[in-house]
Write a new protein. Structure first.
Length: 471
């Protein structure tokens, strides 16, 4: 949850959706592990509870912080599990005790509510780390005077990360071995936390309508497609929104100059500043393409490095910010080595720089193989930075291919995850760039798109009601 723990879009959503719900009058409490990246104490100490997970005497401490009217975050403290440099792992791989760390987190949240007689209207759990929350509720709390019939809404932000662990973990977690069955947590002899979230929640949501359809197919289901299909009647795709208090070029504290859809002079200043920051040649007339991303297989940047010769031959500039797989990083570094006046890279996590790239580039590239929602393209549009995306998931739902004749569209969209598709879309973008009139129309189309949270928050309200009615 931004700003405390961020690796990608889940952090943005976890901060923005609660804020939007609170603004609509709901009382929202967010729970987050007190990871090592979060200063101690993270808020006001409000007590502790015993949390039975691995037969050791573990307890969770709770620290509360008000974020605004109706809105608070409670940090769950347990140093042996969470006071580490990484959230889910270190450069060597996932932490070996993740099964216990996240079971502990789920159970701690439930025990906090139970011990205080705090009965929420619904729990809203996100991704595999919280998949056991509805499992615990159903296993141990159906008759609890506080928590009986409290429904869970489970949101899939990315079905590729599933949380697989040995079935032998069930015993120490205090869960019955019968849960290792096909119709419960079993995954090829192991157990799968994501499957728990999918099967034990009242409603399952994911972060775009297209991804909700895609994850029911073998191509996008990562083996869980039949489980997802079994919940088709309770599955809803709700597009993420944008927190425009955070992402708006009219008042963005990270950028060189403000701008808006009627006056782009500030954007030109942002571009100059960005070229200088990356040490690229000051040639504002050449198009500047940005990349801000986790550099993993999902995101498709291996296609960019595969198309290196063709891209070097085109009149483009490129700046990339990201971290991830070593071969993708090496490929992008090679662009810079070949032509350091046109290509720049930063392999780090830097939120301020992400804002400056959104503001200073002309185009942003997202050649994703799959993309549950994608936030970067929505941020880009508000900054007049034109998305070049692959037609998948939320990218397909938010970016419309530009048609200069009809003056309609907000970006460039290609179908096939190969270099031909990628280069086709980049060439479409370059030919539009060459005509200042249509390009201005395109920028205006993109900047005027409204992805604010209010609409999506309303959809979640309907989902919470549906969940209450279906338990
Ligand atoms: P995902 O959640 O799959 O990573 P999204 O597009 O939903 O993709 O969200 C990505 C978020 O992470 C955006 O807020 C983007 O700015 C941010 N981000 C990704 N990589 C970096 C980085 N290296 N430095 C700063 N921000 C980054
Ligand atoms: C995941 C997805 C991304 C989505 C984000 C927030 O990380 O990869 O597409 O935007 O979650 O829902």
């Amino acid at each position: 949850m931004a700003p405390w723990a961020k690796t990608g879009g889940l952090a943005d959503v976890s901060a923005a959706l609660p804020k939007a719900l609170a603004a609509r009058g709901h009382e929202v409490t967010c729970f987050l592990p007190r990871y090592g990246s979060i200063a101690f104490p993270p808020g006001r100490f409000i007590g502790s509870v015993h949390v039975p997970v691995d037969a050791l005497h573990r307890s969770a401490g709770f620290y509360e912080r008000e974020l605004g009217p109706n809105l608070r975050v409670i940090f769950v403290e347990h140093p042996p599990f969470f006071d580490r440099p990484g959230f889910y792992g270190d450069p060597g791989g996932d932490y070996g005790d993740n099964a216990f760390r996240f079971a502990f987190f789920c159970r701690a949240v439930i025990e906090f509510c139970r011990s205080r007689g705090y009965r929420p209207d619904a729990f809203h759990a996100h991704d595999w780390q919280t998949g056991l929350l509805p499992v615990y509720l159903k296993a141990f709390y159906p008759d609890d005077p506080t928590l009986y019939r409290v429904p869970t809404v489970f949101t899939v932000h990315n079905l590729a990360y599933q949380g697989h662990f040995s079935a032998a973990t069930l015993g120490p977690l205090g869960l019955p071995d019968s849960l290792a069955s096909e119709d419960a947590l079993d995954w090829k002899g192991n157990i799968c936390y994501m499957k728990g979230g999918l099967l034990f929640s009242e409603v399952v949501t994911t972060v775009s309508p297209t991804y909700a359809r895609e994850i029911q197919t073998a191509e996008f289901g990562h083996g869980l497609e039949s489980v997802v299909r079994s919940r088709a009647d309770d599955l809803v795709g709700i597009l993420n929104g944008v927190d425009y208090e955070e992402w708006d070029p009219r008042h963005d504290r990270h950028i060189a100059a403000p701008f808006d859809e009627t006056d782009h002079t500030g954007k030109a200043a942002c571009k100059r500043a960005l070229l200088a920051e990356f040490g690229l040649a000051a040639e504002p007339e050449a198009p500047l393409i940005g990349i801000i991303s986790r550099l993993v297989h999902q995101k498709g940047f291996d296609l960019v490095t595969e198309a290196m010769e063709a891209l070097l031959a085109r009149p483009i500039r490129m700046v990339a910010l990201g971290t991830g797989e070593p071969d993708v990083e090496a490929g992008l570094r090679e662009f810079m080595r070949r032509d350091p006046r046109r290509f720049g890279v930063r392999f780090q996590y830097d939120s301020g720089l992400a804002h400056r790239i959104e503001a200073g580039c002309d185009m942003i590239l997202m050649p994703s193989r799959f993309e549950p929602c994608g936030l970067t393209q929505m941020y880009s549009m508000r900054y007049g930075t034109i998305p070049i995306v692959r037609a998948t998931g939320g990218l397909a739902d938010t970016v419309e291919h530009f048609d200069p004749k009809r003056r309609k569209g907000t970006g460039f969209v290609f179908e096939h995850a190969d270099t031909t598709g990628l280069l086709w879309a980049i060439d479409e973008a370059l030919s539009a760039w060459a005509k200042p009139g249509p390009w201005t129309v395109l920028m205006q189309n993109a900047m005027s798109r409204d992805f604010s949270w209010a609409l999506s928050a309303e959809r979640y309200e309907a989902v919470y009601s549906h969940a209450q009615n279906s338990i």
